[in-house]
Design a protein around this ligand. Structure first.
Ligand SMILES: Nc1nc2c(c(=O)[nH]1)N[C@H]1C(S)=C(S)[C@@H](COP(=O)(O)O)O[C@H]1N2
Ligand SMILES: [Mo]
Length: 539
């Protein structure tokens, strides 16, 4: 149509593209809030989809580089790429409006595909993306119009002519009729309106009180079966040493959710079904809290992605219901007792699927459906209202947060989320130890120095921890009192530090007599190995 008669210069056209994209995100955000579907914004959904599609090495790189800031890093990266694309599409649309509209349609298609394939999404979730795309097209055409030449231009009629405005400055070639100040004003106003709308919408979602039963107002009964008091001397309380119980606020968080699910516990339920389940069962939060076998247990939770010496491990006093009893009530038998299912698949509100060996859950260990963490209802970040915790298994094969469904099946019949992504289907926690103090790279004074850390050999127990300085003989450290075989154990050793640079290595031996290997292995596919070693300089 008017494609060639209303050409717009590249610079202003790119700006128009950028502002149009910003308005798209803002309108989508506002629409998502208005529909009270805060997770249906295309940026988040695309981000979530990228997370799911990212191959393991890239994911490991992201975790190694950004740690638990990998999510903001992903969103910022996505936004930067989007801005680049928007500027390019805008510049192209300056020449041909249809290119712009096709570009917007392509982005809307990606957004729609992401939004509509997120777990639990419905047709309504398409609206924010569609509204955003409409706003984008409107703002783009409007700003391009404001920045376009109006007749009298030398290149107006002939689309095939080489551009008369190659790399010279804007000013001398500014076409007649293009009011630079007016364009700047309009673009600035549109950008400001977008920023205001987007930020306002975000603030509204962030401040909106969550409905129903929340971590703030749920009240947990005092479990009849309390955890034994922590033995004296289990927490050495040394400077620089991880405390025995990890406060909820400091507990590591690893999951694929870009926005934390905020499940209302009053409408939450858990469905238990599948192979060998006598009768399908649906359990509510109130029913869980009412159970006489509600109990309190100390369990250390570790992530398979934890590098040697890393911080993706924590220890908490959990409140929950024994998972084995619940399964037994539903008729489930362990494969060891002839049960047909060898895999328990737990699914979550946000579409995660985690596979756990039924044999492990039913072998007598304290596998739990947890509702409480260190005396409080679970925080949203750690799976409110209910999550699984299984001592001795890495989180990715056991610790489903925001759990909504348990299906009994087989490992042959189903690959859980992490398996096609390069992680082992079974993930027992490897015996490991860590030096917490002194820190790697520390500068120390000479003389008596406290070396201390934690060690874990889950469900077996730590028998011995040894330290070697500069490759010398292994010296036995003093172990703190043991809480249970399912928790980590602190250790400490006095070291007489002489001047120079020193390497301090640690290794643990479990009660089966197995000593940690010195072979270095990366986290994938089934957990890192090697001795944690810190290098310090003594003056
Ligand atoms: N729904 C859901 N549950 C999940 C995950 C997830 O991505 N989604 N990640 C698992 C992994 S890999 C680990 S290590 C633990 C971490 O639990 P935390 O974040 O409470 O420490 O949660 C597990 N449960
Ligand atoms: Mo993990």
């Amino acid at each position: 149509m008017s494609d060639t008669s209303r050409s717009t210069r590249r610079g202003p056209a790119a700006v128009a593209g950028l502002v149009a994209a910003a308005s798209a995100l803002a309108v989508a955000e506002a629409a998502a809030v208005a529909l009270s579907r805060p997770t249906s914004t295309p940026l988040l959904a695309v981000g979530d989809t990228v997370v799911d599609l990212t191959p393991l090495p890239v994911k490991q790189f992201a975790v190694d580089t950004f740690g638990t800031a990998d999510k903001p890093a992903l969103l910022i990266g996505t936004a930067v790429l989007l801005a680049l694309a928007a500027a390019l599409v805008g510049a192209a649309a300056g020449r041909r409006r249809t290119v712009g509209l096709v570009g917007i349609a392509a982005f809307a298609a990606v957004g729609l595909a992401s939004v509509l394939t997120r777990p639990g999404s419905g047709p309504l979730d398409a609206l924010p993306t569609l509204a955003g795309a409409a706003a984008c097209a409107g703002v783009l055409l409007w700003l391009l119009g404001a920045a376009s030449e109006r007749g009298g231009s030398p290149r107006a009629a002939d689309g095939a002519a080489p551009s008369p405005t190659p790399s010279t400055g804007d000013r001398e070639d500014a076409p007649a009729g293009f009011d630079r100040r007016r364009f700047a004003l309009l673009a600035g106003a549109a950008a400001a309106a977008s920023a205001g709308t987007g930020i306002g919408a975000r603030l509204l979602t962030a401040s909106a009180p969550a409905a129903g039963l929340t971590p703030g107002n749920a009240v947990l009964p005092r479990p009849g079966d309390r955890a034994a008091p922590l033995p004296d001397g289990a927490d050495l309380e040394l400077d620089g040493l991880a405390p025995f119980f990890t406060p909820n606020a400091d507990f590591y968080r690893i999951d694929t959710a870009l926005s934390v699910p905020r499940v209302d516990a009053s409408t939450w339920s858990l469905r238990v079904h599948g192979l060998g389940v006598g009768r399908e069962r649906v359990i509510t939060y109130a029913e869980l809290l009412d159970r006489p076998d509600l109990r309190e247990r100390d369990i250390t939770l570790a992530c398979v992605s934890n590098p040697v010496g890393g911080s993706y491990i924590g220890n908490a006093r959990w409140i929950g219901v024994p998972l084995a009893s619940l399964l037994a009530e539903s008729g489930v038998r362990s494969p060891a007792d002839g049960g047909p299912a060898d895999q328990l698949v737990s699914r979550s509100q946000d579409g995660m699927a985690i596979g756990t060996p039924v044999a492990d859950v039913m072998d007598g260990r304290e596998a739990m459906l947890a509702v409480g963490m260190n005396g409080r209802p679970l925080p949203y970040e750690h799976g409110f209202p209910v999550r699984m915790v299984v001592p001795g298994l890495y989180g990715y094969v056991s610790a489903c947060k925001w759990i909504t469904e348990i299906e009994l099946t087989t490992f042959d019949a189903f690959d859980a989320y992490w398996v096609p992504r390069g992680w082992s289907a079974r993930g027992p926690v490897k015996t490991q130890s860590r030096v917490d103090t002194p820190r790697d790279g520390a500068d120390l004074g000479r003389g008596r120095t406290t070396v201390a850390g934690v060690a874990w050999a889950q469900h077996t127990g730590v028998d011995r921890v040894e330290v070697s300085v500069d490759g010398g003989p292994w010296t036995e450290a003093r172990l703190a009192e043991e809480d249970t075989v399912d928790t980590w154990r602190q250790w400490v050793l006095d070291w007489d530090a002489g001047p120079g640079e020193h390497r301090i290595a640690v290794r643990a031996t479990d009660r089966d007599g197995h000593t940690q290997t010195s072979d270095q292995a990366p986290p994938a596919p089934d957990g890192a190995t090697g001795h944690h070693t810190v290098t310090v300089t003594v003056a």
